[in-house]
Structures are given as structure tokens and as C-alpha cells.
Write a protein of this length. Sequence first.
Length: 152
Amino acid sequence: MLSPIILAALGALALLVVASIRRIPEGHVYTFRRMGGHVRIVGSGTHLVVPLVERVAHKISLAGAAVPVEDLALAGQRYRGVVYFQVLDPSRADLVIEEVETLLHNAMHRWLAAPGLPETADARRAWLKQSLNAELRDSGLLIARVDLAALA
């Protein structure tokens, strides 16, 4: 018969092995941070992590997301918008993913106040999409679509 100390050690070892296995769903990327600040980006699949040393910093979806942008003003008219974006480069997007809503909200306000804004709705959406993509290209994000709707 095994002694209780050996059984406890085997149980602790089994818990450590189970805690070190991390399953990442398809279409997602996780960034793991170690205590010293080292960042590791891991794609979908089953991976081994070092428990108590590495922790999940961000869970980034590669499928795309939508950010509502409220309280937009253009020529005295109130607008509501939705910006659809996709993460293309998780390593660069990891730096801005926590504040992506604020980043897109501020950029939409800035571009709607910019001179040279097209008059027609379709041209305005295309121009905003192009301008946002030019601004956010270095962040690893791609703006897929910009919707603007006037508030009644």
C-alpha cells in the first residue's frame, strides 16, 4: 500500500498536469504573460502552459467584432454608428485590444469633424473606412465596414 504522502504527491502532480493544459478554440488567439513581462502568443489548439507563472492576458477573436459608436455629430445632425473590425496581426493588436472601443470612438469623432468629408452616405462610409484603415494599419486591425445612421 502506498503511503499518504506519496498519494498526496501523485494527486498534486496530476492537478499540476491538468492545470498546465490549455485548450484554445478555433478562430481565437490567446496571449500569455509571464511574471517578468514576457509575452507569448498562442493560436488555436491544445497547448501546455506553465501554471502559476503564465496567465492569459488577452483572448483575441480573429472572426471579427463590432463596436457601437454613439453620440456622433455632423452638420447639426446626430448620428449613431457601428464599426466592424477584424484582427489581422494578433501581436500588434495585443497592445491596443483593451482600448479598441475608445480608440475607434475617438477616431470616428475626429474623422467626422475633418474637412473633406463626402456629402453622400455611401461615399462617407467608404471614406471613413479608408481613413480608419490608414490610421489603424499599424495596430494590426482591419476595418471591414462602417455603418452610420441618423437619429430622428
